[in-house]
Design a protein around this ligand. Sequence first.
Ligand code: NDP
Length: 245
Amino acid sequence: MKMQDLAGKVAVVTGASSGIGEASARLLVEEGVRVVLAARRLDRIEAMARELGTESAFAIACDVGDMGQVTALFDQVRGRFGGLDLLFNNAGLGINGPFADSRPEDWRTQIDANLYGVLNCTHAAIPLMRGREGAMISSVSSVGGRYGIEGWSVYNATKFAVVGFHDALRKELGPDGIRVSVIEPGAVWTEWGHNVPDDTMRQRRESLDALHAEDIAQALVYSFAQPPRVLVEEILVRPVRQVQP
Ligand code: NDP
């Protein structure tokens, strides 16, 4: 299959310290992309950067819900690279439980990472992407951004919001040639779902033959490596055995 050569492109991957973000950063580096790894756990992303090579990967600590930290992150990207070709808004988390029993601080944690994180990073990235051929903003929503699931209502709210935001942003940035794309994974083997007991999470993923983080990384690289005129607007990718929701 004919794909675009990504060598020399510059990417920011949020939530690069584990799961989908880590796998995506690794695959992008394999494709020759220079990747800025962003996450709160600096020790993890620094170790990855050392392993991947400091010519290819750069670790910057960032809580995406904090506008000041996000501004500092993109200032560093501008200073080092002068521009940006790919923003992968991947950082996020889900906190499980019935809404009636939920705590406002847990709403805020999810909204900060899953929604403000996307808004903060996208707002800071756009000026760095203008005029770069094939530039793309890709954000991770979820199958839970298309369907509500009992026990995940606030998570669903954030992920539905990402889909709506992207549909409007696509219309705003398309005329400038900036591609706006969204990926909606089903169940994936990662650290996600941290307040669900390990056994429950493992059993669910085993029963569904859940996706691997690398499967989502491939969806990202597939969409990014299309010709600049091609927008892969949306990829909903789920384990074949996950028939619900
Ligand atoms: P992981 O828990 O393995 O990874 C989540 C990543 O997000 C970590 O690197 C974490 O890094 C980062 N993160 C969380 N909060 C913040 C924050 N405030 N600022 C910066 N980074 C943050 O899970 P996944 O890889 O599965 O999650 C990636 C995305 O995929 C998320 O948006 C998730 O909602 C989505 N998703 C996952 C599915 C699944 O089944 N696994 C299904 C559908 C969607 P650190 O803690 O170091 O900051």
